[in-house]
Design a protein around this ligand. Sequence first.
Ligand code: GUN
Ligand code: ZN
Length: 439
Amino acid sequence: MSTQIITTAIRGRFLDIQNTVSQASEIQNQIRYIEDGLLITENGKIQWFGAWEDGQPFLSSEIQVDHYPHQLIVPGFIDTHIHFPQTEMVGAYGEQLLEWLNTYTFPTELQFKDKNYADKIAQFFIQELLKNGTTTALVFCTVHPSSVDALFEAAEQFQMRLIAGKVLMDRHAPEELCDTAETAYADSKELIEKWHNKGRNLYAITPRFAPTSTPQQLEKAQQLKIEYPDVYVHTHLSENKDEIAWVKTLFPKQNSYLDVYHHYELTGSKSIFAHCVHLEDEEWDCMHQTGSAIAFCPTSNLFLGSGLFPLKKTWEKQVKVGLGTDIGAGTSFCHLQTINEAYKVQQLQGNKLSAIESLYHATLGGAKALSLEDKLGNFKIGKEADFIVLDIHATDLQRLRQQRSKTIEDALFALMTMGDDRNIDATYIYGQKVYTKNA
Ligand code: GUN
Ligand code: ZN
């Protein structure tokens, strides 16, 4: 019996970060830039990568080479926090977090009790990720188990690596959107058995945030994590000042907001906390000690007026961090725009965010935040072949500006300041081209 081998070959200008680092200053030494390179994939994995001239012996005559002479090829973007059911509500006017949830979010999420509706939005959502160069995401679904089915079914068509889970929420939300401690446990368990490690899918236990779960429900989340230590935990933390004050009144025995999650053993190397804008020192220490990760969501933090995330502190405190779009509080699916806003958030705090550091957070650093750095994030041989083809001259203004770029860093910075989905020419997942601009 012969097994079919699927091979892809891509020629072009490649840029990636070779190894994870513990300080921003070390990233510079890890840049790998190959002007004329070749990448060969076999059954979804990177089988060979190097200079075009060195790669000839590895190319057989029947392999067709996709050649991108004028573009820049980088690893696929990793979105460490996004809500697929909020796709249609980007740009909801005028409110900060708690009012925004009640006014816009909960009514939108109610629609996902209908599986057909969830299917429709899931398909749109996955297409939008691909179109924006995002090849892996950590995703909130709704409280409805079928919303998780809808999302994984849509992702599976492209063999996309996705982490997702059903929202746990048993108070402080419309009754129709609430589960119970028991159904949250039973439904999540069923979904873990059905989806976790099926193909490239991974599951995340997903309490919405501390205010919408009773202590009994958090105990059930704890029980799930003990039974399935390999699954992820994904929630929100310390996003908005009113939210933090509310958590303190709801859980008076806990020392801090993070201490609520820590008390229920929901911290750890596979736990990702979105936002963390206003963490106290002891919370930073707990994040570090437990190996938990942060999803930094600049477009959302600005849009909801939540605050300025201190990115520099993640290096000082040695806490893992990735970038999140947080659609629909966030305003763009594209990590180029997310980086554009991340830069400004740092400027407002007197700090510089370089293009190379931004690339790191969007790719290998994001993979590390998701404990997937052994599988994703760069062109290392053996890793999964998820990458994107960027056109750095997609508009007249970009073309004019790029004429002045003297270095690859400067070209990248201009791309990140002005770029969006118009700059994504193609997206490859697991070695296959799954999106072509204007196709
Ligand atoms: N906190 C609890 N739920 C949400 C949500 O849907 N979006 C954001 N940005 N924060 C939250
Ligand atoms: Zn969110």
